[in-house]
Ligand binder design. Structure first.
Ligand code: UN1
Length: 507
């Protein structure tokens, strides 16, 4: 079965690939250990500068050919990729869960996002539409078209080690671009597995070598990509600090960047909400993926009339959470990605207490049987004020901040009063409140939901956010346009040369 190949990591030192071929590299070793049980998974080699050059040359050459394949034919390749990921769903889902630490359901969900974006991209491959406009000049045709852009650099994060790559790559490929993917150093094996699956389909279809490239490494490799003039678009997902560095480097060379950075997502719970629904949505949003989604619910803004009862419901619900091996379906959440993340979690709890926060549910690191990796933590809840520095900051861990409001305007103001702008939600059955929240005077985020949580977006919508979240949009809707270059065309089929704006020019 295809899936077996993806899991065969005996052949270590893989990490750099131009599609179907793995390249030798002299970079440092990057070993992957599972946060689930601390066990070793495999090692890849970081990409050194010479190998990087080889990869980019291959990608650049491949683009010359790939851009000329008809888009629906490129779509057919992506259709086959969707089938290959369907065939590997269980195996890859397990690997995602094991290497990253998210629950198996969420690991499988991530692979489902790959399958869904493949389907979306196949349809899109016949719909890369430009507009036709009436020309102001007689016997002229005015229209626009979208052409392939070139090499796309994809920098992805550990928390969605495969889905975010696919949102970018599948769209980029139907658009006629070639991709160079730098996955997180924390989840290299998921990337090797995806690359192996892609390689099978590409080989069978004689896709030019270089259309799907993989490089490995940390900040230095990210820097090479960001500064490389041969790469017209860098799509980067990760922290705001990383995005700022990438964005500045890409802007310096007038490249295009698509940034999907930190969130500080709030859910407003109105006194007119369905409170059971609000409870489910907030708990899933806060503890799902152990609080390591960029869409994780980090702040609950609760109306004062239901504040006390909501607090009690949350404390009770948190008491029922099962923390442990994410591959065991009975557990709600698994570990954090590594011990450094545990350190950040503990530091945030300390800071919260110093700033005046009161914990309704205490946090802490779990010890003992099943928790040997040292990465399992207790989801916790703190009563806070929105202006606390710790609340204004995204900590990638299951720490939920709760605060009170009186008027809906005040709640919306609090929701917006953070540097980030990714996702937001309001739980209410009141039409006026809901519409206000979605209006121009409402949520300032890229995603705003009513009676649906902040996380778990479908691939069909454009995904991304405002302010320090970076402004990029990927995945569905018309996000594909950023992967193409737009061209406006004027064709004169008259026998004279009329000028626009009525200008005359005679010799
Ligand atoms: C991310 O955390 O970087 O909406 C992406 C969600 C997922 C994607 C999250 N579909 O929670």
């Amino acid at each position: 079965m295809e899936g077996q190949r993806a899991f065969d990591f005996k052949d270590h030192d893989r990490g750099v690939s131009t599609g179907t071929q793995w390249l030798e590299s002299k970079g440092a070793s990057i070993a992957s250990y599972s946060p689930v049980d601390g066990n070793y998974i495999g090692t890849v080699t970081a990409t050194d500068k010479d190998t990087y050059e080889k990869v980019i040359e291959k990608a650049t050459t491949a683009f010359q050919e790939w851009r000329q394949w008809p888009a629906p034919r490129r779509g057919e390749i992506v259709r086959q990729l969707g089938d290959a990921f369907r065939a590997n769903k269980t195996e890859l889902g397990k690997l995602v869960s094991y290497e990253m630490g998210k629950s198996l359901q969420e690991g499988l969900g991530e692979v489902q996002e790959i399958i869904d974006i493949c389907d979306f991209a196949v349809g899109l491959s016949r719909q890369l539409y430009g507009l036709t406009m009436p020309s102001e000049r007689p016997l002229h045709r005015l229209y626009e078209q979208y052409h392939p852009l070139g090499v796309v650099g994809v920098i992805s994060a550990f928390n969605f080690p495969v889905a975010v790559w696919s949102w970018n790559s599948m769209l980029a490929w139907v658009c006629g671009d070639v991709c160079v993917w730098k996955p997180s150093e924390k989840t290299p094996m998921c990337a090797v597995a995806c690359q192996s699956i892609v390689a099978g389909v590409f080989k069978e279809n004689n896709v030019p070598e270089g259309v799907s490239c993989l490089v490995m490494g940390g900040r230095d490799v990210g820097g090479w990509l960001s500064e490389d003039r041969r790469i017209p678009l860098i799509s980067a997902t990760g922290s705001t600090a990383m995005g700022r560095a990438v964005g500045v480097a890409v802007a310096k060379r007038m490249g295009r960047s698509l940034l999907e950075l930190g969130g500080n997502n709030a859910m407003i719970i109105s006194e007119k909400a369905d409170l059971n629904m609000a409870l489910m949505a907030s708990v899933f949003g806060a503890v799902g993926t152990a609080g390591q989604r960029c869409t994780t619910t980090r702040r609950l803004i609760v109306h004062e009339a239901i504040y006390e009862s909501m607090k009690q419901k949350l404390v009770k619900a948190y008491g029922q959470l099962r923390i442990g091996d994410p591959l065991d379906k009975s557990n709600h959440l698994g570990p954090l990605i590594d011990k450094a993340a545990v350190g950040d979690y503990l530091a945030a709890i300390d800071q919260c207490k110093r700033e005046g926060g009161t914990f309704l549910v205490e946090g802490g690191v779990l010890e003992g049987v099943g928790y040997e990796s040292g990465c399992y933590v207790r989801p916790c809840i703190a009563e806070v004020r929105n202006h606390y520095a710790v609340v204004q900051h995204e900590t990638f861990a299951p720490i939920l901040y709760i605060m009170k409001y009186k008027t809906v305007e005040e709640a919306i103001h609090m929701q917006n009063d953070v540097p980030q702008g990714l996702s937001s939600a309001m739980m209410t059955l009141d039409l006026r409140e809901a519409e206000l929240f979605l209006s121009s005077a409402g949520s300032d985020c890229g995603i705003a939901n009513v009676n649906a949580g902040t996380s778990g977006a479908e691939i069909g919508g454009a995904f991304g956010g405002e302010k320090e979240t970076g402004g990029g949009r990927e995945s569905g809707s018309d996000a594909w346009k950023v992967y193409m270059r737009r061209q406006t065309n004027t064709i004169n089929y008259a026998t004279n040369l009329p000028m626009a704006q009525g200008i005359t020019f005679d010799l």
